[in-house]
Design a protein around this ligand. Structure first.
Ligand SMILES: Nc1ncnc2c1ncn2[C@@H]1O[C@H](COP(=O)(O)OP(=O)(O)OP(=O)(O)O)[C@@H](O)[C@H]1O
Ligand SMILES: [Mg+2]
Length: 399
């Protein structure tokens, strides 16, 4: 299924032993010996440090995309935010109570890892409780790495893990509840239900794009070593009450195994329509694979079309193939924009967003931008509008 992670016990904390008081019986030879040992240690550490520095520099020169080959156990605390919030431990009973005994009425979604329930925690906080449906060793390992990793990475652009339940038979993850669900639910009207939501306006779409870009920027460039999301898509961008976007499922996505019952699951390729072509063809995964997926989401925001829709006329079924040649053609560009966005954007804005999307989905991974570059390009687009209006409300009238 997904690439297996090796989970090792966290490195033991370095213990500091305070020096003993002097007995006054040291001889000069003892002092000299101590000086020699300390001096050798200092020289040796300096040499090792220098060698490590050279090794790191060589590696980063050879591998600008930070190819992902590291196990989850190598993940470190982020460089930008070293405060570690321990996830809370919940009993199964507490979560049973929180979700009204996992009532079908509380189900808010279902994904590859199981059902997601809306729940109220003992302290009154709303939460999304994800119940892992698999059994066996692999599921447990993935669950453990998810908990381990989400406890270490913290950003306003990533979904917060409140806690978990990991008793003998139940594996549940408890996340911050995002009352506006996923971006997917707000981009496409569902004709099969009565739930007709106002589709998102231009400004809200750009803000969510920027939040999501910042989430990926954090994973790729602000922590070391980087994390590749692998399953970046509209349903993994969740929206809170203010329509702030937060990335979810990056822990599970990254550490999933590609060896389930000896078979390769479709999940190893992420989600159909979002996966970078080089990853499909070679299995070679870099942060640029996520950049491609980001480009697909940006195209969805721009066009209101799903990544794959084979019910469309020939040549229009795969969003990237249909959109790419149009992104650089001024007339065709206007025609491809989601008609519900009419009158909400300027030509200049449209061209800028189209240029970002085109760069992200280009077939040559090396030429795709870094997420930092994407963030820098999106900031002015959002800033200009924020200066005039501050609301994030999704309706057209708020633009
Ligand atoms: N923290 C949350 N707050 C509110 N709703 C959530 C939360 N997490 C998930 N959901 C809802 O549950 C749905 C299913 O989520 P889940 O992550 O299990 O699957 P998915 O993202 O649709 O697919 P995949 O398993 O391929 O990632 C989401 O689309 C979203 O609507
Ligand atoms: Mg998800």
């Amino acid at each position: 299924m997904r690439i297996a992670a090796v989970v090792s016990a966290p490195a033991p904390a370095i213990e500091y032993a305070p020096p003993q008081g002097s007995s006054g019986t040291h001889t000069i030879s003892h002092v000299v010996l101590a000086i020699i040992i300390v001096a050798s240690f200092v020289v040796l550490s300096t040499l090792m440090g220098f060698a490590y520095h050279l090794f790191k520099r060589r590696n980063s020169e050879e591998d600008p995309n930070h190819e992902f080959e590291k196990s989850a156990s190598q993940y470190m605390l982020p460089a930008v935010n070293s405060s570690v919030t321990e996830p809370q431990l919940f009993t199964y009973k507490q979560l049973q109570f929180a979700t009204n005994n996992f009532s079908p009425m509380n189900i808010i979604g279902h994904g590859g890892f199981g059902s997601v329930y809306r729940g109220v925690l003992p302290n009154g906080r709303l939460a999304a409780v994800k119940q892992l449906e698999w059994g066996g060793k692999q599921g447990i390992e993935e669950f453990q790495v998810e908990v381990d990793m989400l406890s270490r990475v913290h950003s306003p652009y990533l979904l917060e893990l409140i806690g978990y339940c990991g008793d003998q038979t139940h594996k549940l993850l408890v996340y911050d509840y995002m009352c506006n669900g996923s971006l997917q639910e707000h981009l496409y009207s569902d004709c099969t239900t009565d739930d007709v939501r106002p589709l998102l306006g231009w400004v809200t779409r750009m803000r969510i794009a920027l939040d999501a870009a910042r989430g990926l920027e954090y994973l790729h460039e602000l922590i070391n070593p980087p994390i590749i999301h692998r399953d970046f898509k509209c349903s993994n961008i969740l929206l809170n009450d203010k329509f702030n976007g937060k990335l979810s499922d990056f822990g599970l996505a990254k550490i999933g195994s590609d060896k389930v019952n000896g078979e390769v699951s479709t999940r190893v390729l992420g989600t159909h329509g979002y996966v970078a072509p080089e990853y499909v063809m070679t299995g070679h995964l870099t942060t640029k694979s996520d950049v491609y997926s980001f480009g697909v989401v940006l195209l969805e925001l721009l066009t209101g079309r799903t990544p794959v829709d084979m019910k469309r006329p020939p040549g229009e079924g795969v969003l990237v193939s249909w959109a790419l040649p149009r992104l650089t053609d001024r007339e065709k560009l206007v025609e491809m924009v989601d008609p519900t966005l009419d009158g909400q954007y300027s030509m200049k804005e449209l061209i800028q967003v189209a240029a970002i999307a085109a760069m992200c989905v280009q077939p040559e991974a090396d030429y795709r931008p870094l997420m930092t570059d994407v963030v820098q390009s999106l900031v002015p687009l959002v800033k200009q509008r924020t200066n005039s209006k501050t609301s994030r409300h999704p309706s057209h009238h708020s633009q």
